[in-house]
Ligand binder design. Structure first.
Ligand SMILES: Cc1cc2nc3c(=O)[nH]c(=O)nc-3n(C[C@H](O)[C@H](O)[C@H](O)COP(=O)(O)OP(=O)(O)OC[C@H]3O[C@@H](n4cnc5c(N)ncnc54)[C@H](O)[C@@H]3O)c2cc1C
Length: 422
């Protein structure tokens, strides 16, 4: 295991190596998928090594960042990787050279250039932050664990507000799935902090909340928001944000000590400069083997990649797609390196499960988001997804970890989970 305070093993560059950039859902799945395939083929890590580079030592369960308590929403990468002999470099990748097969990474020890035989890009996505005056200084976010944690600390600082005031108001900008999930948590979260008369506003430039969700799902979302006392503002444009709220384009002022930006995601900008095909979200286009088009030694998975799913659709930025994409990318990187046939990924079913706070949750099926179930009955499914299903095994047992990397499409969560398993 490589850490900050150890020199990067010079022999690594003499081995055949698979370099995975990013240790989130797709990166971890890629590394485990590659390790599983090497194990299956009886290839030792002395012959082919696997290395993950990640910004920090954590595998973030990013889908939980809207929850009030995110203490356990990170898993130590070292704990998962060390039983399998997968190397971990903690550092910030600043450049990828697909021609020279090299990656530049800054670590506390200095900047290093690492060579690879096969590369897996798994750098994820970032929140879109438009050039709105005051957004960077005053807008909170829950895009990363650190940002969600800073937001939580800010709320803690508002404890025990008894009067309805600017301090007890929360404006959430972006009524997509992340904004909706956060908004539905806020009434309870404010109450738990002793903040009475909290006023929560969910705002969007779009004319609908949950714009991609279809009419039936939207009306359920609106019902939940209304029952939780959340005000919805649509067709609005924010022109500036300050310490005490936001001003809309028409000059209206919204007073709120807390403004959270949750509007839209783009692929990690690091891949924008790569001489490959991108889609309009900045994602690298890959084939159904997760191989970057016209660049056969590089693979990409997760939010950074747009992959055909085999049903005429492309992957969406989701943990649901990031994990299988990673498993296939890892498996195929090994096979490609060894001249073996690669596997094609095909995902037949698209599902969403949206948390609606104490109201319950909403489950949809298909690209037209047909509502399957809603209310408290779905809540246990959502808790199971967030707290169990998306976590890597933490038993330390190498077999469990290798199995987690199997290149298959996981069956959907069952409909009949009774308890809120956490
Ligand atoms: C609040 C919230 C709720 C969500 N809810 C859902 C949901 O219910 N269902 C769903 O399917 N999806 C959900 N998503 C989306 C889901 O989290 C992402 O689609 C998923 O995390 C993508 O996985 P990934 O591996 O591509 O990226 P990530 O999981 O973000 O991992 C990227 C990794 O790359 C690392 N990295 C980034 N830049 C660098 C660099 N320069 N150098 C080194 N390492 C770097 C990061 O540290 C990180 O570990 C949610 C997202 C958020 C923010």
């Amino acid at each position: 295991m490589l850490r900050y305070n150890e020199p990067i093993n010079p022999w690594i560059s003499l081995l055949k190596n698979i370099l995975v950039i990013g240790g989130g859902f797709s990166g971890l799945a890629s590394a485990l998928g590659a390790a599983r395939r090497l194990d299956e083929l009886g290839v030792s890590s002395n012959n082919i090594s696997i290395t993950i580079i990640n910004l920090d030592g954590w595998h973030s369960i990013r889908v939980r960042n809207y929850e009030p308590d995110i203490t356990n929403a990170r898993v130590s990468l070292a704990k998962i990787l060390s039983p399998l002999g997968i190397n971990l470099i903690i550092g910030d990748v600043s450049d990828v050279d697909l021609k020279l097969h090299s990656v530049t990474v800054s670590t506390p020890k200095g900047t290093q250039t690492l060579k690879y035989d096969r590369l897996i890009l798994a750098l994820g996505s970032i929140l879109n932050r438009p050039q709105i005056c005051g957004l960077f200084e005053h807008g909170f976010s829950i895009d990363t664990w650190n940002e969600a944690s800073a937001f939580g600390k800010h709320l803690d600082g508002l404890k025990n507000q008894q009067e309805a005031s600017v301090k007890s108001a929360v404006l959430i900008v972006g009524a997509g799935l992340t904004g909706i999930e956060l908004a539905c948590e806020m009434p309870e979260r404010l109450r738990a902090l002793g903040i009475r008369n909290g006023h929560i506003i969910l705002a969007d430039s779009n004319s609908h909340v949950g714009a991609d969700m279809g009419e039936e799902a939207q009306s359920i979302i609106l019902e939940a928001l209304s029952s939780l006392g959340i005000e919805v503002l649509t067709d609005i444009q924010i022109s500036s944000i300050d310490n005490n709220g936001a001003i809309l384009n028409d000059g209206t002022r919204i007073d709120a000590k807390t403004v959270v930006w949750t509007a839209g995601m783009s692929a990690n900008p690091l891949v924008l400069g790569l001489p490959v095909n991108h889609d309009d979200l900045g994602r690298v286009i890959v084939n159904s083997e997760m191989q970057v088009i016209d660049c056969e030694d590089a693979f990409a998975a997760g939010d950074i990649a747009a992959a055909p799913l085999g049903d005429g659709h492309y992957s969406v930025m989701s943990c649901q797609h990031a994990r299988p994409m990673g498993r296939f990318a890892g498996h195929n990187a090994v096979n490609h390196l060894l001249g073996d046939e690669m596997l094609t990924m095909k995902i037949d079913e698209y599902l969403t499960c949206l948390d609606l706070g104490p109201w319950g949750a909403l489950r949809t099926k298909g690209w037209d988001r047909q509502v399957v179930a809603s209310g408290l009955a779905v809540k246990a499914i959502k808790r199971n997804i967030n707290c169990k299903r998306v976590y890597p095994p933490q038993t330390g047992n190498p077999r469990d970890l290798l199995d987690f990397g199997t290149p298959v499409i996981q069956a959907p969560p069952p409909d009949n989970l009774k308890s809120s398993s956490s």
